[in-house]
Design a protein around this ligand. Sequence first.
Ligand code: PGA
Length: 267
Amino acid sequence: MSSLPPLLLANWKMNLCVSESRSLARAIAKSVLNARKNKSTRANVQVVLVPSFTALDAVARVGSRSGAFSIGAQDCFWEERGAYTGEESVCSLREIGVSFVLIGHSERRQYVNESNEAIRKKIECVSNDSTMIPVLCIGENHSQKVLGKRKSVLQQQLLSALKGLFQRRLTREIVIAYEPVWAIGTGVPATAVDCAEVYRYIRGLMENAWGAAAVGRLCRIIYGGSVSESTVTDFVSKDISDGALIGGASLTASGFTRIVHGVMDSL
Ligand code: PGA
């Protein structure tokens, strides 16, 4: 288990426009602050909202005024600036106040053919920024699961994305999100037993490269894929995961708030 607080990331994908994102962020801020007031200080959960690029600024303003949550971006480019039409740089994200960046989400691997090499470059770029934490998403698809290839797929995705970082000492935080593709948006999450096994496996690979102490201090391994208010505490607990990446269930203030409260109550 990581020594960092549990991490709950709300991945809003392309579901909300700017005004909807702002309203949802305000409602979530209010209820997270209320929950913190009513719970003990031990109930320390890090909440991160991950809106689309165009809504980042509006949501970040709500975040910095309230102090209720941090901000994440759904992607970034690996160069600081230049002729890369349509891309977003770490430098712009930093200016807005983004502190987490999702990299290699399966929807980007699937719909825009994001390659392992692109993912590796993005991980390096974000890791080199002292204010930002990369969230590397990895996971097997349904046929890989059926063929018993889960571990080899995870190993290949992890090693190709982190090969540069594995050669250096770990000095900054990193998050690995285990997101089985077959569980995303299907209403059928992985089992806690599967998650626990994957957690140990990923942690072992990272400890081999960086040592147990650094991994315990700087790495969180979280789970994503159809997490709901009724299942979140099955996942966010000791030796199963250090948090959750939540898509569909983060799109209403009441639903996401119940997830945050559930995790706080379970600590
Ligand atoms: P979901 O999405 O919770 O809707 O399954 C998770 C994700 O894709 O990050």
